[in-house]
Write a protein of this length. Sequence first.
Length: 147
Amino acid sequence: MGLWIPMDEVFDLGYPGPSGNENDTYVSETAIYKVNNLLNAGGICNLLEKILLHNIIFPNTYYSLYGFAGYDGRSVLPVLTQKRICNSHPATQIMIDTYMAALGFNKTSAVGRFSNSTYEVWDLVPRNVLVDDDGDIYVVDAEIKIL
């Protein structure tokens, strides 16, 4: 497949997975594909910066730019991919808080929000953080900004 994925071929990426306000997801045996509608991203540049920050802080769940989907002449939607974390379930908030402390982040007064001298990370709640059978933590979605 090339960089352009016509919308009628998006289902070839995998089975439809859980979708949210900004992403439609497609699940294959080895990967999760996120078709981002850019509604919350503030544009493609902001989305790509967020992805770069995610990859710096959480390299075990790094994102790759897979390509672009859309309707010819009408829309361009970035398609991101992450490795699928098999045999996992949502982490508890205590697990998340402990993991972020181990990474050098301080918990703020808001649930799921952390900071250090360089970054602020939020939306780290069980729906966005997985734990596998070995107890390894995987942040699969987070909001991040440079301080």
